[in-house]
Design a protein around this ligand. Structure first.
Ligand code: ATP
Ligand code: MG
Length: 424
């Protein structure tokens, strides 16, 4: 049997890949306008980096990582997320030394061994944005502005910002204790994951999707009631900055996110258009992570957009994906194929997307093929045309025909097809 791709992995074929390109270029332009620079990091790191940053008692580290032993016995992992690597690079190259405020974005694949389903893959893609060196909640609000703006520029509708705060090492322990106390008489009713979590990492129970667990959590203590004065102030600044920017949001006390390094602000962008996998992007502040990984005490904040899910949303609103060639050259008689080929190449170099018939087919079947490709024009080249020194360009929409002198073919075709031919 022919070899198939790995379960949970996928190919992005044209024309869908054009949607991805559009998302990526829109994101790059937007982020660069806000002072973000691209950073490119490897897809593989030492396992320890993820264990220490994401947290040992998280789903990702416990059961979702692709980890293997290197020849010399070291353990390596295909990255399940990008923040840890960006932090590693920030520390390793001492990027804080000259200027602690740094803004990065990066785009690439992540790997998690989750149960594959619609919107959930084992290799998926993220656009990540990370800011180092700004403690103010204003920058957290700016991150939401970037997310909302990106989705708006991609014409994605039905977008909701959910926000929460997770407190800090000064106030979260009290909440954790209260939560553990609330959970201990209720563990019997929880799913097996949550029974384990309720001891090792009780905050995780808050975002479990199992109905019985959700039920058990109604009436659980809320972190908002346990915040210290500094965290409360931070959250107030964040909320009023969002209001100032005209961004509507919902406070969601269950939004704890699946990684341990978050502090204070957390957020998620959800949409009703994706079914069960409703989160397009998520992020938050991780003030302790740089120091925990061996760097200086530098506050940081960021987000990750799920590119696969965003592409699904954006594909629905993109009309003209996979536009056909500007010109299809129909060749009448094999002896003219060489000339047609020269024109296809010359047109391509001049920025006109041209395609031709390489085989021997009747004019009728070539016209059919041009139609199927969505060609805007057909240029006919055969004995009659060549004798006259002019080829015929037929506009497939208006059916108008224009004679094009062969001596200035490229330039004339270019003017004839007008606005379409401005590609470099
Ligand atoms: P979810 O709640 O859907 O599992 P998450 O909280 O695990 O998401 P993050 O680690 O915050 O996700 O990653 C940010 C974004 O990456 C998510 O909002 C989602 O759009 C996307 N994402 C995460 N895991 C997957 C996956 N397995 N397949 C496709 N996209 C994913
Ligand atoms: Mg997840």
């Amino acid at each position: 049997m022919a070899i198939q791709l790995i379960r949970g992995f996928k190919d992005v074929l044209p024309p869908e890949a054009a949607v991805w390109q559009r998302i990526e270029s829109t994101a790059r332009r937007l982020f660069e306008n806000f002072g973000f620079a691209e950073i490119r990091i490897p897809v593989m790191e030492r396992t320890e980096l993820f264990a220490r940053s994401i947290g040992e008692a998280t789903d990702i580290v416990e059961k979702e990582m692709y980890t293997f032993a290197d020849r010399k016995g070291g353990r390596l992992t295909l990255r399940p997320e990008a923040t840890a690597s960006v932090v590693r690079a920030y520390i390793q190259h001492r990027l804080y030394a000259t200027e602690p405020v740094r803004k990065f974005y990066t785009i690439g694949p992540m790997f998690r061994r989750e149960r594959p389903q619609k919107g959930r893959y084992r290799q998926f893609y993220q656009i990540n944005v990370e800011v180092f060196g700004i403690a103010s909640a204003l920058i957290d609000a700016q991150l939401i502005l970037l997310l909302v703006t990106l989705l708006e520029r991609l014409s994605v509708k039905d977008v909701h910002a959910h926000v929460n705060t997770l407190g800090c090492p000064a106030c979260r322990p009290q909440f954790r204790k209260a939560l553990a106390g609330y959970l201990s008489p209720r563990t019997a009713g929880l799913c097996s994951d949550c029974r384990r979590r309720s001891v090792k990492n009780p905050l995780r129970v808050l975002d479990c999707k199992v109905p019985a667990c959700r039920e058990a959590m109604t009436g659980a203590p809320a972190l908002l009631d346990y915040l210290c004065a500094d965290c409360r102030q931070h959250f107030e600044v964040f909320k009023s900055a969002l209001a100032e920017l005209g961004i509507s949001y919902r406070i969601d006390p269950r939004l704890v996110r699946g990684l341990d390094y978050y502090t204070r602000t957390t957020f998620e962008i959800q949409t009703g258009a994706l079914g069960a996998q409703s989160a397009v992007a998520g992020g938050g502040r991780y003030d302790g992570l740089v120091e925990a990984l061996g760097g200086p005490a530098v506050p940081a904040t960021g987000f990750a957009i799920g590119l696969d899910r965003l592409a699904e949303l954006a594909a629905g609103v993109q009309g003209d994906i996979g536009a056909g060639p500007d010109v299809f050259i129909a060749v009448l008689g094999a002896e003219h194929r060489q000339l047609a080929f020269e024109w296809v190449c010359a047109l391509g170099l001049a920025g006109v997307r041209a395609e031709m018939e390489y085989g021997t087919r009747s004019l009728k079947s070539q016209m059919k093929r041009a139609d199927r490709l969505g060609a805007a024009n057909v240029l006919m080249v055969g004995e009659n045309e060549l004798q006259k020194g002019a080829a015929v360009l037929r506009n497939m929409q208006t059916r108008e025909q224009t004679e094009i002198p062969i001596s200035e073919l490229v330039a004339r075709v270019k003017t004839c097809i007008g606005g379409n031919a401005d590609r470099p």
